[in-house]
Design a protein around this ligand. Structure first.
Ligand SMILES: *Cc1c(COP(=O)(O)O)cnc(C)c1O
Length: 394
């Protein structure tokens, strides 16, 4: 049975390893999140915004040309059609409603590529709440369009100038801010990581993906479960949502696709499930890439959304227990898969999502297999990365 326990553990992974100064903030959330989630008025508001603002349910699309190529039936869960172009908004919509119920007036977030920052700035505008997004100074330079989007939406983007000036430094800055503003501030984390209750909260907020999938599969195929679900994993939120209602259906293969960057053993990779060992990062015990003396190894992936040195505790448990299979895809295969999907189906996926499509080349099929690929986001944001590969993909 895959489930989180009262202390926030999936098996040996999870928990809340936090400085004393954060205890009150986390404890407030932990005490209230399930009650808020189960409250009828919350569910009504959440469902209404998912429908009318985000555009849910997202379609479950039978990809006929892709299916013919692989000799199996392949459906795409179209999270790329969500408002703002990815699944991340499912979480931020839920957390902004939660923040309002907790009486918070000020929202902070961390962002790497800027996608979570944009999703957070969007819902803060919607709710009329102050929004401060911490972002590494290097990432601010690399991701200028998303910085402009956040600013247009009214958010303040604060540079994190310590360390490598990327995502983990932005996260540290956000935590520091939260410690200094425990009363009026809610911290919207962007993936299924962090101290309990965040991983479980993220999984619940994203679980609408597999909830819809069950109903749509039943309508389209006569059975509510596929043989396999593929999802890319950065911290693990889109995968957690796509797996959620199938976690305890062992007949459904769960395939977690990570970024191998320049190759799993190249020293420039984000393949946490292969390279990771147990440790504590951003408040939870999980698998992370670290040196023998516990220094975090800088991750690398061509896709900014996957280069996180850890993996959420749910996924660490799913992989360690054998419930999920991990596949690591190098940059080149992901780029080729993005072109392949664009040419076969007329859909340009996010570079993160392209890793999940590349994993299709690593599976064996029988003709009656039904697979779902969680199409976590659209690729418009990655065009500048794709364009140099146009020549070799004619
Ligand atoms: C951020 C992002 C991811 C990775 O985050 P998860 O929390 O692992 O889902 C994957 N796909 C897209 C499109 C993203 O924007």
């Amino acid at each position: 049975m895959i489930a989180i326990d009262e202390r926030g553990y999936y098996g040996e992974f999870g928990g809340a390893y936090i400085p004393e100064m954060l205890h009150a903030n986390i404890e407030e959330l932990r005490r209230q999140y399930v009650d808020i989630w189960e409250d009828d008025a919350f569910q009504r508001d959440f469902r209404r915004l998912l429908r009318d603002y985000v555009g849910r349910p997202t379609p479950l699309y039978l990809a006929e040309r892709l299916s013919a190529h692989y000799g199996a039936t392949i459906y795409l869960k179209r999270e790329d059609l969500c408002h703002t172009g990815a699944h991340k908004v499912n979480n931020t919509i839920g957390q902004i409603l939660l923040a309002q119920r907790l009486g918070k007036k000020r929202i902070i977030a961390e962002t790497g590529a800027g996608q979570h920052g944009v999703a957070t700035a969007t819902v803060c505008a919607l709710a009329g709440l102050q929004c401060i997004v911490y972002m590494g100074a290097v990432d601010i330079r690399r991701q200028a369009p998303n910085v402009s989007r956040m600013k247009m939406l009214g958010a303040e983007v604060r540079p994190a100038t310590s360390g490598s000036q990327t995502l983990k430094d932005a996260t540290n800055e956000a935590i520091r801010d939260w410690i200094n503003h425990p009363e009026d501030t809610h911290y919207i984390i962007g993936s299924a990581v962090g101290p309990h209750p965040y991983p479980d909260m993220l999984a619940r907020l994203q679980s609408v993906i597999s909830e819809e999938m069950m109903q749509q599969l039943a309508e389209q195929t006569g059975r509510d479960a596929p043989d396999a679900i593929l999802a890319c994993v950065g911290g693990g939120s889109n995968a957690a949502g796509a797996y959620y209602h199938y976690l305890n259906r062992p007949e459904v293969r769960l395939i977690a696709v990570e970024a191998a960057g320049k190759g799993v053993h190249s020293g420039e990779s984000a393949a946490t499930s292969v390279l990771g060992t147990q440790g504590i990062i951003h408040g939870s015990r999980t698998l992370l890439m670290q040196t023998n003396d516990g220094q975090i190894v800088e991750p690398y992936s061509l896709s900014a959304g996957l280069d996180y040195p850890g993996i959420g505790p749910m996924h660490a448990h799913l992989i360690a227990s054998g419930r999920a299979e991990a596949i690591a895809i190098p940059d080149g295969e992901a780029v080729r898969a993005a072109f392949f999907l664009a040419r076969k189906e007329g859909i340009i996926p996010a570079l993160e999502t392209a890793h999940a499509f590349a994993a299709l080349d690593h599976l064996a099929y029988s003709a009656d297999d039904v697979l779902v690929v969680n199409l976590s986001g659209r690729g418009d944001k990655d065009l500048a990365t794709f364009i140099p590969f146009l020549d070799e993909n004619r």
